[in-house]
Design a binder for this molecule. Structure first.
Ligand SMILES: Nc1ncnc2c1ncn2[C@@H]1O[C@H](COP(=O)(O)OP(=O)(O)O)[C@@H](O)[C@H]1O
Ligand SMILES: NC(=O)OP(=O)(O)O
Length: 320
């Protein structure tokens, strides 16, 4: 039986772009993107309106580190500022997703266009996120190497959910998605749109329509939630490396959750079940979306299980 058409914002996690976090080559990302395209095109083929968002932590961190290293070696090479690196990461990742999704649609005889919108997201210049960097970017390091980098380069680095040490940067909250009306027009015309890549390029509104990029990385789960509200989406689906959200994660008491009410989610957040910088923003984004309007649904699951998840067979569903 055909499923009801829904407007879905799909937030792609890091594993949708880099199957192996140590292999950051562009060629490998394109291969991974081609696998990622399959479950996405399944949803498009079922008739859903799909808007795609994605992270950029590893990619933007790599770009910044490359520029910094090049500038250190050659004084004629200027360091590319953070917002510009964010914009480049949207273009680079969007290009891979466009290629992969287009190829998959052609293989299935589907006639649809797919495009990336370089998206700016307004933040507040007095957001407390600017004073307390929390967003992990770039590669993972051992504690020893991280301490050396902190001393040498003045980076702030933190341990990331048991996976190693990473540089952390400011991560303000998204307030407004500048290009949302264009995205809406394209979606309503039947096109597949990739937007708020890497959470969007963070900009502050300096008045009279002048936007200015700021050095930060917005969490893509929060930016996805924001655009999902602005597009009046039915569904926010956050795809990551795990099939279900768990409490007592990584402990003998680990319990995977099929559903979580808003009240339960708030309780679990208070009890510290979700790691900051990894699962916590996903649960918070899902919670905010479900609370924003009656009838809105949110699902957290793995990329491979997206189709089953939307059919109600797996994943963790947030309910009111
Ligand atoms: N309570 C939890 N339940 C499930 N996974 C968790 C939990 N806390 C932390 N995680 C970890 O968070 C990861 C997802 O975060 P991350 O990899 O940063 O996101 P993304 O997929 O957006 O790149 C999961 O793969 C898992 O290792
Ligand atoms: N911008 C962002 O949230 O990136 P990741 O999902 O890669 O951390």
């Amino acid at each position: 039986m055909a499923q009801q058409k829904t407007r879905i914002v799909l937030a792609l996690g890091g594993n949708a772009l880099q199957a192996d976090s140590k292999d950051t080559r562009a060629e490998s990302q394109l291969v991974t993107a081609k696998e990622t395209a399959k479950p996405i095109v399944d949803l498009i083929q079922e008739g859903h309106e799909v808007i795609i968002a994605h992270g950029n932590g590893p990619q933007v961190g790599q770009m910044i580190a490359t520029y910094e290293t090049a500038a250190q070696a050659n004084a004629n090479i200027p360091v590319m500022p953070f917002p510009e690196c964010g914009a480049m990461s949207q273009g680079y990742i969007g290009y891979h997703l466009q290629q992969a999704i287009r190829q998959e649609m052609i293989a299935r005889g589907m006639e649809k266009n797919v495009a990336t919108i370089v998206t700016q997201v307004v933040v507040d210049k007095s957001d407390p996120g600017f004073r307390n960097p929390t967003k992990p970017v770039g590669s993972f390091f051992t504690e020893e190497d991280a301490k050396k980098l902190m001393a040498e380069k003045g980076y702030t680095m933190k341990e990331d959910a048991g996976r190693g040490w990473r540089r952390v940067v400011a991560s303000p909250e998204p307030i407004d998605v500048v290009e949302a009306p264009i995205v809406k027009t394209l979606v309503e015309a039947g096109h597949v749109v990739i937007t708020v890549g890497g959470g969007g390029v963070p900009v502050i509104n300096t008045g009279k329509g002048v936007l200015e990029g700021v050095p930060a990385v917005i969490d893509k789960d929060f930016a996805s939630e924001k655009i999902a509200e602005m597009l009046d989406a039915d569904y926010l689906i956050i795809l990551t490396a795990v099939e279900k959200v768990a409490i007592h994660f990584n402990s003998p008491q680990q319990k995977e959750l099929d559903t979580m009410t808003v009240k339960e989610a708030q309780q679990y957040i208070g009890e510290g079940h979700f790691a900051p910088g990894s699962m916590l923003p996903k649960v918070k984004a899902a919670l905010k979306f479900v609370e924003s309007k009656d009838g809105r649904r949110a699902l957290i699951t793995s990329l491979e299980k997206a189709k089953e998840g939307i059919a109600g067979k797996t994943g963790t569903v947030l309910t009111k």
